[in-house]
Design a binder for this molecule. Structure first.
Ligand code: GAR
Length: 210
């Protein structure tokens, strides 16, 4: 099975959706490592409960981004990672890291890219007054939140709603599309050409709420 490593900094609810998809047979992959850059990331707890190997590499202990990324690359290679899955991983990766795993890193972002890049996608979209929020799964390239888009889900919202409320609604869709995209990749149905992604033979990705 495809060996995936999940990188997380926080709660790890996306990690949980991936663990659950593997356990119910909806994702033909093995999580070979959960790597966190914070000791207090609840993602670590989720991994341990599921019996998944973990690594904690603290960015604060490295003088440069390159040194931090070099340590992560060593851990990921030692674990046999074939696909790097960023799930709420809140560190920018160096070009060196991205080139090491070229075309094999994906990210989920809580906005409809290319709108609202950055660390506060939901709050920025809500502050802007959007009526449609959403989330995006994309390949990672050397520019933040810029790589080729694999899937998106659209989530209606109202300007009367707080960022917290919208965030919960978006997160529920993240939990649906991320394991789905991983299964497409695990079954080799995703092709990246330039910045265009084609997905074969899936039935259509679900992009609107039920
Ligand atoms: C998710 O909403 C994810 O899209 C976002 O962080 C959250 C992590 O939640 N990622 C980014 O903002 C990346 N720029 P989780 O730890 O519960 O999966």
């Amino acid at each position: 099975a495809l060996q995936i490593a999940v990188l997380a900094s926080g709660s790890g609810s996306n990690l949980q959706s991936i663990i659950d998809a593997v356990e119910r047979g909806a994702l033909e992959a093995e999580i070979c490592l959960v790597l966190c850059n914070r000791t207090d990331a609840y993602a670590l707890e989720r991994a341990r409960k599921a019996g998944i190997p973990t690594a904690t590499i603290l960015h604060t202990e490295f003088e440069t981004r390159e040194a931090f990324d070099t340590a992560m690359i060593a851990a990921l290679n030692a674990a046999g990672a074939e696909l790097i899955v960023l799930a709420g991983f809140m560190r920018l990766l160096t070009p060196m890291f991205i080139q090491t795993f070229a075309g094999r890193i994906i990210n989920i972002h809580p906005a409809l890219l290319p709108s609202f890049k950055g660390a506060h996608g939901i709050a920025d979209a809500v502050d802007y007054g959007v009526k449609l929020a959403g989330c995006t799964v994309h390949f990672v390239d050397e520019c933040m939140d810029n790589g080729a888009i694999i899937a998106q889900a659209v989530v209606p919202c109202s300007t009367a709603e707080s960022a917290d409320v919208v965030q919960k609604r978006v997160l529920a869709f993240e939990h649906r599309i991320y394991p789905q995209v991983l299964q497409w990749i695990a079954t080799k149905r995703v092709t990246l050409t330039g910045r265009k992604v084609t997905v074969q033979d899936t039935g259509l990705p679900k992009v609107v709420p039920d």
